[in-house]
Write a protein that binds this ligand. Structure first.
Ligand SMILES: [Zn+2]
Length: 58
């Protein structure tokens, strides 16, 4: 059995799942949701959250 794990696009907006090969892409090459039109663009401003509490145990 040869099962090909094709990449799947999961839309965070409408929660639809579709094979990446059957979804449209915008001019920038990002996946566009075929249902709601959500473009999977990365966040332009992604600050590294320094939200780590140094818990070295007790
Ligand atoms: Zn969608």
């Amino acid at each position: 059995m040869s099962t090909e794990n094709a990449a799947t696009f999961d839309c965070p907006e409408c929660d639809v799942s579709a094979p990446s090969t059957s979804v449209p892409y915008d001019s920038l090459g990002y996946v566009v949701c075929p249902v709601c039109g959500y473009a999977a663009t990365p966040d332009p401003e992604r600050s590294p959250s320094a939200d780590g509490s140094p818990s070295t145990g007790d």
